[in-house]
Design a binder for this molecule. Structure first.
Ligand SMILES: Cc1cc2nc3c(=O)[nH]c(=O)nc-3n(C[C@H](O)[C@H](O)[C@H](O)COP(=O)(O)OP(=O)(O)OC[C@H]3O[C@@H](n4cnc5c(N)ncnc54)[C@H](O)[C@@H]3O)c2cc1C
Length: 430
């Protein structure tokens, strides 16, 4: 039963994750009346612990870089290990073409997201936890947003603009029927936290490890207090016909990887194993009259290159610009929303080019034994550091990398001798 009249606000943000908190903080800072509703209660666990250097620009803008650094483990790069060939390669962010941000962090998301949520509140957003948005009814001047609060009572908000940052719940895309599964990347994930996993030392200290298996990949992310986040992302073949609890399925996967199981001898699992299916998707459209989707609520790509939080916070920045412009002049807001969708799709396409090909023999060869001719490796490092918009500097190296990939793919398909290590696995490209 609705008790009180709808509470007016300028912008209502659904979801207090990285996208929603970034947008709410920036809009409140500009003096907008922002309501930020989160169905859970911070601190709460969330997956997505490995961040990218480019994210630091947004932390700086929010004034929280020191706090993020204090709660995380410094991450100077990423290492990739092949189970099939035993090859191991290190990509240090310092080698990237862009030298502004050369390191990042791996963070416990419960604490990281709490920091973001508190930052939004400190900047002036009216925040509420344990408050689930259950309905949005779009109107000419204002949209009516219905939510259930911690006391179980329904409350309503009359918002001039709505930003959907509900993550993989995809509140609006589900309501509008615009969610599209990505047929290139139909994978699922299993993950858990452990203590006692062998950590990398020396020049690999703090690196995320990505272990490439035949039908997927593992992540090992070092967190504070000797905790290691371990996960497996597999394609359909990796899970087909396999029965058991998530714990049993995950253990079987860990045991199947010589390079991962060697590091996990004697490790102790902390809590249960989580599974996530129906992996990558996007919404056919990210905005409409008086609303926009930001972060995972709009689109999600495979996390092999740890791009999710950066994309979500970038969308949070852009969504704030769109909403702010809209409130003054809807025509200007529409133009910004169009640009936001174009830029975000472009950024996701840049990283997806690599993701879709990561299991192909040609890309695995190039990835595991990178050449720096024409600065191809350094261009790749820039991409891995989160340079998802592309710059003039990265244009030639990335073009050279793609050209070599195409030539190598062709040569392998024709059975021509190409030298170097054998392909780690044999799935065709697109
Ligand atoms: C297996 C896996 C591994 C990943 N690894 C990485 C990684 O290493 N690095 C990385 O950068 N990214 C990673 N990601 C991606 C990352 O988790 C997300 O991209 C990121 O959290 C997106 O932020 P967001 O704010 O859009 O959504 P979320 O972080 O999901 O936040 C959405 C929030 O909305 C709330 N919400 C949902 N529905 C409602 C509602 N109806 N009412 C109110 N609140 C609601 C939720 O409770 C949640 O707090 C990974 C993802 C997966 C699935």
């Amino acid at each position: 039963m609705t008790s009180a009249p709808a509470e007016p606000c300028d912008i209502l943000v659904v979801g207090g994750g990285p996208a929603g908190c970034t947008a709410a903080a920036l809009l409140a800072e500009r003096g907008r009346d922002v309501v930020l509703l989160e169905k859970a209660s911070h601190p709460r666990f969330h997956i997505g612990e490995s961040l990218l250097p480019r994210n630091t620009a947004i932390f700086d803008r929010l004034g929280i870089t020191a706090e993020v650094g204090a709660l995380g483990v410094p991450k100077p790069g990423a290492e990739f290990v092949s189970d099939a060939t035993g090859q191991q390669v290190r990509y240090a962010f310092v080698d990237g073409l862009d030298k502004v941000f050369t390191s990042s962090w791996q963070v416990p998301r419960a604490e990281f997201d709490t920091l973001l949520f508190r930052t939004a509140a400190a900047r002036g957003a009216r925040v509420a936890e344990q408050t689930r948005v259950t309905g949005i009814s779009f109107g000419q001047e204002r949209s009516l947003v219905t939510a259930i609060g911690p006391d179980g009572a329904e409350r309503q908000y009359a918002a001039r603009y709505v930003l959907d940052a509900s993550g993989r719940d995809t509140l609006l895309a589900s309501k509008l029927g615009t969610r599209r599964a990505n047929k290139h990347n139909n994978t699922a994930a299993l993950f858990a936290h452990y203590r006692g996993v062998a950590r990398r030392g020396g020049e690999l200290e703090g690196f995320i490890s990505v272990h490439l298996a035949e039908d997927g990949w593992f992540w090992l992310i070092p967190l504070p207090d000797d905790v290691m986040s371990v996960g497996f992302v597999g394609n359909q073949a990796a899970f087909k016909g396999r029965k058991g609890t998530p714990e049993q399925l995950f253990q079987a996967r860990l045991d199947s990887s010589p390079s991962v199981s060697a590091r996990m001898r004697g490790a102790e699992r902390l809590g249960g194993v989580t599974s996530t299916g129906n992996f990558s998707y996007d919404a056919a459209r990210s905005w409409g009259e008086g609303w926009a989707m930001i972060g995972d609520s709009f689109a999600f790509v495979d996390p092999v290159f740890s791009s999710g939080v950066l994309l979500a916070m970038t969308a949070g920045e852009m969504g704030a610009e769109v909403a702010d412009a809209w409130l003054d002049d809807p025509a200007a807001g529409r133009a910004r929303a169009r640009r936001m969708e174009r830029d975000l799709r472009h950024a996701m396409a840049r990283i997806s080019w690599l993701i879709y090909r990561i299991n192909t023999p040609a890309l695995r060869r190039m990835f595991l034994a990178p050449s720096n001719k024409l600065r191809m490796r350094d261009g790749l490092v820039s991409l891995l550091a989160g340079n998802l918009r592309g710059t003039r500097q990265t244009l030639l190296p990335v073009l050279a990398f793609k050209t070599v990939y195409r030539l190598l793919s062709l040569a392998l398909r024709l059975g021509l001798p190409v030298g170097g290590a054998p392909p780690a696995q044999a799935q065709p490209a697109e």
